[in-house]
Design a protein around this ligand. Structure first.
Ligand code: MN3
Length: 199
């Protein structure tokens, strides 16, 4: 079974004005689709064929750059589309809201720390919020298409992520990554993040 580009739960223009339709169309239809196809070609006929993407990435050989970049690209964007949505944003409610308050002091502190991780990631990469088995939340960032479940990651389960590659924002924001990071908070689907947290 080959990996499939997951269906988007909303239209390309659903996240406007925070993320524009053209960026969504290219990001999903070209970039994510490309990672998916490359991943399938790379694992075809290897021991990784038939494994889940999580299994593949947890046991990844970091020297296998093709699998690292495309497997990471596939997994990371799957999560990214899921944790955004229209009519979203605001302050997180439920268990994740309480946990953010107890781990970071307040939602505002969390937002500052997460934004800083995203803004200071040099070049291309991702910012993450991860849940550890003991309930602790951790913010981290990774380069390129690396992620927290790879052998070089923080070891937590990713429940929220932000793509800070230029392809994620350049059409609309050009070099203004901080504006894009701010806008991202308007489209976070906290209900979905809460579901992932409870898992
Ligand atoms: Mn991307």
């Amino acid at each position: 079974m080959a990996f499939e580009l997951p269906k988007l739960n909303y239209a390309f223009d659903a996240l406007e004005p925070n993320i524009d339709a053209k960026t969504m169309e290219i990001h999903y239809g070209k970039h994510h689709n490309g990672y998916t196809n490359n991943l399938n070609n790379i694992i075809s006929g290897t021991e990784n064929e038939g494994k889940s993407i999580e299994e593949i990435l947890k046991s990844l050989d970091l020297n296998n750059s093709g699998l690292r970049n495309n497997g990471g690209g596939y997994y990371n964007h799957n999560l990214f589309w899921e944790i955004m949505g229209p009519n979203s944003g605001g302050n997180p409610a439920g268990e994740i809201g309480e946990s953010i308050n107890s781990n970071f002091g307040s939602f505002e502190n969390f937002k500052d720390e997460f934004s800083k991780a995203a803004a200071t990631r040099f070049g291309s990469g991702w910012a993450w919020l991860c849940a550890h088995a003991n309930g602790k939340l951790e913010i981290c960032s990774t380069a390129n298409q690396d992620n927290p479940i790879m052998p070089n990651g923080c070891g937590g389960a990713p429940i929220l992520c932000l793509d800070v590659w230029e392809h994620a924002y350049y059409l609309n924001y050009q070099n203004r990554r901080p504006d894009y990071i701010n806008a991202f908070f308007n489209v976070i689907n906290w209900e979905e993040v809460n579901k992932k947290f409870l898992k």
